[in-house]
Design a protein around this ligand. Structure first.
Ligand SMILES: Cc1cc2nc3c(=O)[nH]c(=O)nc-3n(C[C@H](O)[C@H](O)[C@H](O)COP(=O)(O)OP(=O)(O)OC[C@H]3O[C@@H](n4cnc5c(N)ncnc54)[C@H](O)[C@@H]3O)c2cc1C
Length: 433
């Protein structure tokens, strides 16, 4: 179907950043996405809280494309400003992503899923796609796997790990409501405030001081009344609201025991998740002040997945690294000491941060392939940081620039001169140190 210099597969925060960065660094770039819009979890699961951790002055970010997403949304009136961050309007973000892709000169391909790879020995030469146009091939000098699930790494026979499904982070069907009496609801929230420390994860003293949109009482009441099965884990985070009485994203359904790389599990989770959404809406209407007249308006277009395959890379990022301000010579950006998932919650209110090493984007035993986003190499605790959308934009932008520089210099991704990548990233506004 096409030939390109850099091919990015997956248009979530990781892939979108990778494609924009590669094109801005001068590479002819194609971005392939299986759904009808870019944005990944942002647009499929309506998660606009890309920087919700930035509650304190001290918190530091890498800047770069993630912050640009916030600024673009703000400039279009397509975000809600809270504290020091923007919550993206995830519907308008579909359009913002289109515009950014077009402006950077990235060739977009929507409704196109990769199903295989073209290898010459251990060198990746391209991918096989399936779409309404049939089975086709795209040849590329460099490929970036931003599928979230490390699909290409898996297809290329490169090593990865995935935990037993009972131990993977839960999957979620997000939903949104309209017709909420916000004054009543906010009054209720303020009378029953929650903090990050209420999540039940391992956290410290400072997390008690961090307000959270965590809401569990209505669901507990519904369980006590026999309206929701007791063994269902239901507790909601509501990211934002609009003047029109909408809560666009309720993240209440947390289902364990599903492997997001298994089509039968994906199907079961979508159907079970929608059942739970119906229970959740009924509980909110009955037990959450302000929700009495609310209506279910949206259900996420696709299941939200937090954890699946993780590549084995040239470096394995550890929990110790992200909790001890690790520094790396091959830094491609920084990320604040913010962890959320796999039983740990740490808020980055101190100004502490770690550097993100380039080597976590380099899969072992294959050439011409980089990964970006949540499937980068690391353990379960470091995943609680690297899965965050803003960190996905850091690994995305780093991988995109590295791919472009490696083509320009005629070297493999593994041999690329890191100082050249860092210089190009600085020119793109990324903080490395
Ligand atoms: C319910 C939920 C709530 C969350 N809340 C927050 C939050 O508040 N803040 C935060 O920072 N993070 C949050 N996260 C985590 C964060 O959203 C994800 O970790 C992040 O989006 C991962 O980015 P990614 O680009 O790696 O993958 P994704 O966002 O999953 O994007 C991957 C993209 O690749 C496409 N794709 C996959 N396979 C193929 C293929 N074979 N061919 C073509 N396209 C393919 C997918 O359709 C998708 O668009 C949340 C996650 C979930 C599930």
């Amino acid at each position: 179907m096409a030939e390109t210099e850099v091919l990015v597969v997956g248009g979530g925060p990781g892939g979108l950043s990778a494609a924009l960065a590669a094109a801005r660094a001068g590479a002819k770039t194609t971005l392939v996405e299986r759904h009808g819009c870019f944005g990944g979890v942002i647009t499929q699961s309506m998660v606009g809280t890309i920087a919700w951790y930035r509650t304190r002055e001290a918190t530091v970010d890498a800047g770069g494309i993630g912050v640009e997403f916030e600024q673009r949304a703000k400039a279009m009136g397509a975000s809600l400003e809270v504290n020091r961050y923007q919550v993206l309007d995830t519907e308008v973000f579909k359009f913002i992503a289109d515009r950014m892709v077009q402006e950077a000169g990235v060739v977009p391909l929507l409704h196109c899923q990769t199903v295989g790879v073209i290898l010459e020995g251990r060198t990746l030469r391209g991918v096989i796609t399936e779409s309404k146009s049939g089975r086709q091939a795209i040849l590329a000098e460099r490929v970036i796997d931003a599928t979230g699930d490390a699909d290409l790494t898996h297809r290329a026979g490169a090593p990865f790990r995935i935990g037993p499904k009972q131990e993977l982070e839960g999957v979620t069907v997000n939903f949104g409501c309209s017709g909420v009496d916000l004054a009543r609801f906010i009054e209720y929230v303020l009378k029953n405030p929650s903090s990050v420390a209420d999540w039940g994860d391992e956290s410290g003293e400072k997390e008690k001081a961090e307000f959270s949109t965590y809401l569990v009482e209505p669901f507990d009441k519904a369980k006590a009344a026999g309206e929701i099965p007791r063994d269902v884990r239901m507790e909601s985070y509501w990211g934002s609201f609009t003047d029109a009485g909408e809560i666009p994203n309720l993240n209440a359904i947390h289902m364990s025991g599903f492997d997001a790389t298994d089509v039968r599990d994906l199907t079961r989770a979508e159907i079970e998740g929608r059942q739970q959404v119906m229970w959740a809406v009924a509980a909110l209407k009955k037990y959450a002040p302000g929700f009495e007249q609310a209506r279910l308006r949206t259900i996420g277009a696709s299941l939200g997945v937090r954890e699946s395959r993780k590549i084995l890379g040239d470096y394995h990022l550890t929990g110790h690294d992200v909790l001890n301000e690790a520094r790396f010579e091959d830094s491609i950006g920084i990320f604040p000491e913010f962890l959320d998932s796999n039983g740990i919650a740490v808020m980055p209110s101190t100004g502490r941060y770690f550097q993100v090493p380039y080597r976590i984007t380099l899969p072992q035993n294959v050439e011409n392939l980089l990964v970006a986003g949540r499937c980068v190499a690391g353990d379960r605790i470091s995943h609680a940081a690297t899965r965050q959308m803003m960190c996905c934009t850091v690994t995305g932008q780093g991988a995109g620039v590295a791919a472009a520089v490696s083509i320009e210099d005629g070297v493999t991704c593994r041999d690329v001169a890191v100082p050249r990548v860092q210089a190009a990233l600085r020119r793109q506004g990324v903080r490395i140190e």
